[in-house]
Write a new protein. Structure first.
Length: 434
């Protein structure tokens, strides 16, 4: 027992375990748990400050921040209401149709916008305005369902589109750096979209309609919309430029976070911008920003301290990986990804899993590329909201309680393991990947 206490990974592991338990149980507010992690990690010196506070330097953090700023401006100028008016006239006839349209819109936008956070920042004010027009009150279970439809539709379904979220890009970079394997857009889309895109989207719609029932009403305001005001036009042009810059990132090389941050500065400038300092303070949810920084910092710390590799190698020893039982091996590899998601979150899982993929391939007899691809099912299905920062951001913007997010996470994870995992295995077999 004394050897455990003197092991160099004991204290870092303890701090990370306590942090994960507090986030999972919501015993403390999420941002307070993040601050406790920063404090304990620095006092115990488990990693250098640039590692522990690495979340604040990540592009994801600044996308969250700029998303809040742009969301305030979209709401203030009336642009959100205008977009919601156009959508609600056609998409609020029934609750199923409303939820399905939000999920589909979240998924479709992933084909043209590379950033999860950017898509959430753009959609949340519009969906909120659409909900108000359909007489769905803020803080109601129906509103929680719509907010979660944005978060889950944006993160989970976009995993089927190679450049559409951070974990995919981490996996792609790790595969190329470690094995010289270059992932291609269309084969990746074909492998993952039928099960993890279409079928999972249908299950998500069904679960939201069941767990968060709603009854949208026809919009009462049937008067034609007023012409766009000066501020609306200026902000619409600014957002159009931002969207073009996001879509063409591969050409100019400027990341979505820095495009969003530049747009936020324009929005905040005196006389030129759209919101005041007081509106910034009231509208930007720094609690969620700190929470996201804590999640990202924890994932970086797990990697840098060696905890992630130690856990991965331990899982390799205990999981039933057997070339004679391919389905069991498929389940085990998905389980390994799910287990790593607890300590590394979705953004960090591919960096570790992919480096261990050759060992997994040797143990299972699966092709190396197939082993790399199997992880997508695991990291795109978080068991708890903190494992996927885009879901956290959507919950923060929609003021969704942790319990509601956890409920949908667990329900969708159970449905995925019972229904989609076997179907995904069959699809891999049909395509000759196993």
């Amino acid at each position: 027992m004394s050897l455990w206490f003197t092991h160099p990974l004991f204290l870092p592991s303890l701090i990370i375990l306590v942090t994960i338990v507090l986030w999972a149980t919501a015993l403390l507010p999420e941002f307070l748990t993040a601050l406790l992690f920063f404090t304990a990690a620095m006092i115990a010196r488990i990693a250098p400050p640039d590692v522990i506070f690495g979340g604040f330097a990540s592009s994801a953090f600044w996308l969250v921040f700029s998303g809040f700023v742009l969301g305030v401006a979209i709401r203030k100028t009336g642009l959100a209401d205008r977009a919601a008016r156009a959508l609600s006239a056609r998409l609020t006839d029934s609750w199923v149709q409303m939820v399905a349209s939000v999920v589909l819109l979240s998924y479709a936008l992933a084909f043209v916008m590379p950033s999860n956070m950017g898509r959430i920042a753009l959609l949340m004010p519009i969906v909120a305005a659409m909900a108000r027009r359909a007489s769905i009150a803020d803080g109601s279970r129906a509103w929680f369902g719509l907010a979660l439809a944005v978060g889950f539709g944006t993160f989970q379904l976009s995993a089927t589109i190679l450049p559409a979220n951070v974990p995919n890009l981490v996996m792609s970079g790790a595969a190329e750096g470690s094995y010289g394997i270059h992932l291609n857009y269309v084969p990746y889309l074909l492998l993952h979209t039928p099960v993890l895109g279409v079928l999972k989207g249908l299950i998500l719609i069904g679960l939201i309609c069941w767990l968060f029932p709603g009854a949208p009403k026809p919009a009462q305001d049937l008067a034609p919309p007023e012409p766009m005001g000066r501020d609306e036009k200026r902000l619409a042009w600014l957002l159009a430029v931002v969207l073009v810059m996001w879509v063409t990132e591969s050409w100019h090389g400027i990341g979505p976070a820095w495009v969003g941050l530049a747009a936020s500065l324009v929005v905040l400038l005196p006389r030129v911008g759209f919101i005041t300092g007081e509106e910034f303070s009231a509208g930007v949810n720094m609690r969620t920003c700190i929470y996201v920084a804590g999640i990202l910092g924890l994932a970086i710390t797990v990697t840098q301290t060696g905890i992630g590799r130690a856990v991965g190698e331990a899982l390799l020893q205990v999981m039933p990986l057997d070339a004679d039982n391919p389905f069991t091996s498929f389940l085990a590899l998905t389980g390994i990804t799910t287990a790593l998601n607890f300590i590394m979150t979705a953004n960090g899982v591919p960096a570790l899993y992919t480096t261990l993929a050759q060992s997994f391939s040797d143990a299972t007899g699966f092709p190396l590329l197939s082993v790399i691809m199997i992880q997508v099912l695991g990291y795109s299905t978080p068991l708890l909201p903190y494992q996927a920062s885009p879901i956290v951001v959507a919950m923060g913007l929609g003021k969704v309680p942790a319990r509601a997010g956890m409920l949908l996470c667990l329900a969708l994870a159970i449905a995925t393991w019972l229904v989609l995992v076997p179907l995904d295995y069959l699809w891999f077999r049909i395509l000759g990947q196993l």
